[in-house]
Design a protein around this ligand. Structure first.
Ligand SMILES: CC(C)[C@H](C(=O)O)[C@@H](O)C(=O)O
Ligand code: SF4
Length: 471
């Protein structure tokens, strides 16, 4: 009798090259995604050791963190950003790695372009020197971030040293309320289990609410597995996965497609497979989520109030609440819907895919008019040139621009302050990204994480609004 295995067990077993007695394993890596921030020293190390890239075709590179999102015809003005982007170009040209350069239509955020190109496929091991590589787990791929020295290791050997994590199943059953989506699911999960809830585990997201999500929604959920403490998040392969992969540039075709699909259909946890921990959420109870503090677990629903530290008995937690409220400049007990904002950012590898663009544009259309007077800047930054092209073909850019939003070129943009897009000290932002740490979007900037629909509504009204009322 064969032992019932989880999806994670299957993906792991399939890629083991060798295991030491202490569990240290040499894992074969199928896809290596490369960006400009974490690769320079890796290429340098390779060079110094006189090594070559083991399997060129397994690599795909793109610059995303440092690229400007405004007119690119004049190049990059910031010297530090320019150096990083130029270095990746030079490294890829020299060793022969396929790269989508800054002015290539296919350029975009690494976690958007991998799936879009079919470079991320079910059953693969996918790594990248970036913590949000967990995104690719939405395809039933074992995907996680690695450090710069590991980037070098993967380039040189096509393998990674790893230890197996435990299995955590997060089941989200039932139907989401109107107006709620994947971002609300994952923020609610993090609110429940905390930012350390997934530490030491690979999370499999399951249940009817997860199965009902599109691939875009599934990527949003897996993207934030890392914010729940897990390096990797997974979702079982089903017809939605297979339909998404069909016909993409790097996807197999013909006989190979049929063979691949046969294998991909086995990529789910077996009935009776053992999970070390199981967490359950009722989708019908999820409300539109807004973070109020400086960690993704500091999250509440739109109809809640800012926490009151005086009501917290645990001294450590009280201190954390007080510190977060001071940084965020929020008074205890203030209704979340009364929080006014200065800027809006719709983008990032969490929420910059075509469905996110559609979701935000639909809210703008429904509310009509222009962005609120107190909103100084509302940015919409598509995740890739191809997302941008598709959105423009659908007229979404016109909807945004007509309402006073800025429609930008693809990149990480205001998700983190590594390029020209940032918050000024004290500014408050409704952001569809994944991290609300102190200074994340610019020194002294204040970030509230929300869904694309919630961000669009906040831009139009100038404060957070209950999207359920306008859905
Ligand atoms: C710059 C990069 C290493 C970093 C990451 O690993 O996630 C960034 O993408 C982020 O989101 O903070
Ligand atoms: S969009 Fe943000 S979270 Fe994603 S890779 Fe870029 S900086 Fe990191």
């Amino acid at each position: 009798m064969t032992v019932a295995r989880t999806l994670y067990d299957k993906l792991w077993d399939e890629h083991v090259v060798h295991t030491e007695e202490d569990g240290t394993t040499v894992l074969y890596i199928d896809r290596h995604l490369v960006h400009e921030v974490t690769s320079p020293q890796a290429f340098e190390g390779l060079d110094l050791a006189g090594r070559k890239v083991w399997r060129l075709s397994a690599n795909l590179a793109v610059s995303d963190h440092n690229v400007p999102t405004t007119d690119r015809s004049q190049g990059i003005s910031d010297p530090v950003s320019k150096l990083q982007v130029d270095t990746l170009d030079a490294n890829c040209d020299r060793v022969g790695i396929t790269q989508f350069k800054m002015n290539d239509k296919r350029q975009g955020i690494v976690h958007v372009i991998g799936p879009e190109q079919g470079a991320t496929l079910p059953g693969m091991t996918v790594v990248c020197g970036d913590s949000h590589t967990s995104t690719h787990g939405a395809f039933g791929a074992l995907a996680h971030g690695i450090g710069t020295s590991e980037v070098e290791h993967v380039l040189a050997t096509q393998t990674l040293l790893a230890k197996k994590a435990k299995n955590l199943l997060i089941k989200v059953e039932g139907q989401l309320p109107k107006g709620c989506g994947a971002k609300d699911i994952v923020l609610a999960i993090i609110g429940k289990i905390g930012t350390a809830g997934g530490t030491g585990y690979t999370i499999e997201f399951g249940g009817s609410a997860i199965r009902a999500l599109s691939m875009e929604g599934r990527m949003t959920v897996c993207n934030m597995a890392i914010e729940a403490g897990a390096r990797a998040g997974l979702i079982a392969v089903d017809d939605t996965t297979i339909a998404y992969c069909k016909g993409r540039p790097f996807s197999p075709s013909g006989v190979e497609w049929n063979q691949a699909v046969t294998y991909w259909k086995t990529l789910h946890s077996d009935a009776g497979a053992h999970f070390d921990k199981v967490v359950e959420l009722d989708a019908s109870q999820i409300r539109p989520q807004v973070t109020w503090g400086t960690s993704p677990e500091m999250v509440l629903a739109i109809d809640d109030r800012v926490p009151d530290p005086d009501k917290e008995k645990d001294g450590v937690k009280r201190g954390a609440i007080e510190r977060a409220l001071t940084y965020m400049n929020l008074e205890p007990n203030k209704p979340i819907s009364d929080i006014t904002i200065d800027k809006v950012f719709i983008g990032s590898c969490t929420n910059s895919r075509i469905e996110d663009m559609r979701e935000a544009a639909a809210v703008v259309r429904r509310l009509g008019g222009r962005i609120a007077k107190n909103v100084k800047l509302a940015l919409v930054v598509p995740g890739s040139g191809l997302v941008k092209q598709q959105a423009e073909a659908e007229g979404l850019d016109q909807v945004f621009k007509g309402a006073g939003f800025e429609w930008r070129e693809p990149g990480c943009s205001m998700c983190l302050a590594m390029n020209a897009d940032r918050l000024e000290p004290g500014e408050r932002c409704a952001s569809t990204s994944n991290r609300n740490f102190e200074g994340r979007q610019g020194q002294g900037g204040r970030t509230h994480l929300v869904s694309p629909a919630m961000a669009a509504a906040a831009a139009m009204e100038g404060h957070f609004v209950d999207i359920r009322r306008i859905s």
